[in-house]
Design a protein around this ligand. Structure first.
Ligand SMILES: [Zn+2]
Length: 347
């Protein structure tokens, strides 16, 4: 079960100042905000941006295990900092039998890494989940989060609201390949998406209520997927197209923005399986000011075209769950791809 986050003002500073010894994994931006406010400095401070497994192992081995006893390990940042801290805690436990107290403090609510027990790393530039770890505490520091650029926090909504297209894929999988289906889990997932849509103004303004709504959305989604046993209620074709595009361009995008664009593509392709009207979701993204257009994300139409040409083979070779991209109803020929590009140009 995911750890329940604790909410408050300047919790990160309060926590750090109460610790005797800690390692901090973070990024330059949150560090600039925290550093002048803390009285207790970390024994090791690491900025990490590289999630390749070899790099992470080398990072873990750069610590002298003898001075890590009774030490806390804090991850402050976005998904990368939280996943790095999770990896280090997991690896050091495995390798040196060190049980460091892991504390996760997201400085932006952009992805669900601070809540997921699974640890994402990159192996041969592909995201792989290699193990699990449970943090001792997850702290949601409103002031720290509000210090980040609002667009990064707003984008976080897409990574939960991907539910809306994941659900269409799930119904399709039920009907076309008789996949296991549960109406109650389905309805609960749909409610999570609706709650987020209701909180649109608070999310746009990144108020405390908006941050709470984003975190609650992530928390409820993570708990639901853990209960169900996989990410079926939350992740579908919108994520798969993102992975496929990244496999072509090898670029990193703001996850929520890319997922937002792909949600609209999936809704367009799912037709009668679309769980929400396209127009409603488009207006929602517009209202909360998420940069989902290809132009704003610097994604060329040529690369989108390449991804759409590749996606049907990609989902099979990567053994991804059944989605609209597996359906024989969808024929992704040049004419269809032209239609998708035309649709995208109009969003
Ligand atoms: Zn995601």
């Amino acid at each position: 079960m995911a750890e329940k986050p604790i909410f408050g003002n300047w919790l990160s500073i309060e926590k750090i100042n109460s610790l005797e010894k800690y390692i901090l994994v973070t990024m330059e931006e949150p560090w600039k905000i925290i550093e002048p406010k803390i009285t207790q400095k970390p024994i090791f401070l690491k900025f990490n941006n590289n999630m390749a497994i070899d790099h992470l192992k080398a990072l873990a081995l750069s610590f002298d295990p003898n001075i890590l006893k009774n030490c806390s390990l804090i991850g402050i940042g976005g998904g990368t900092s939280c996943d790095t801290a999770k990896f280090l805690a997991w690896y050091l436990r495995d390798k040196f039998d060190l049980n460091l107290d892991l504390l996760l403090i997201p400085s932006i609510i952009s992805v669900d890494a601070f809540l997921c027990s699974s640890i994402a790393v990159r192996i041969n530039s592909k995201v792989k989940y290699i193990g699990e770890i449970h943090p001792k505490e997850i702290l949601i520091d409103y002031n720290l989060i509000q210090s980040a650029p609002p667009f990064l926090n707003r984008a976080g909504v897409s990574d939960t609201i991907s539910i809306i297209t994941a659900l269409g894929d799930w119904r399709l999988a039920r009907d076309e390949i008789n996949e296991k289906f549960n109406q109650d889990v389905f309805n609960r997932a749909k409610k999570i998406a609706k709650n987020l849509m209701e909180a649109r103004t608070e999310i746009k303004d990144v108020t405390e209520k908006g941050i709470k709504a984003l975190v609650d959305g992530f928390y409820n989604e993570v708990v639901l997927c853990e209960e169900w046993g996989n990410a079926r209620p939350e992740e579908g074709s919108e994520h798969f197209l993102a992975y496929c595009l990244e496999s072509i361009t090898h670029k990193h995008y703001i996850h929520g923005n890319l997922i937002g664009m792909n949600i609209l593509i999936s809704l367009f392709l799912q037709e009668e399986y679309a769980e929400f009207p396209i127009e409603e979701i488009k207006q929602f993204f517009e209202y909360i000011k998420i940069n989902i257009t290809p132009e704003k994300q610097h994604i060329s139409y040529n690369n989108i075209r390449k991804a759409l040409k590749k996606i049907k083979k990609y989902v099979i070779s990567e053994k991804l769950p059944y989605s609209i991209y597996n359906s024989s109803k969808l024929i992704l020929n040049n004419k269809k791809i032209d239609e998708i590009i035309k649709f995208l140009k109009a969003i």
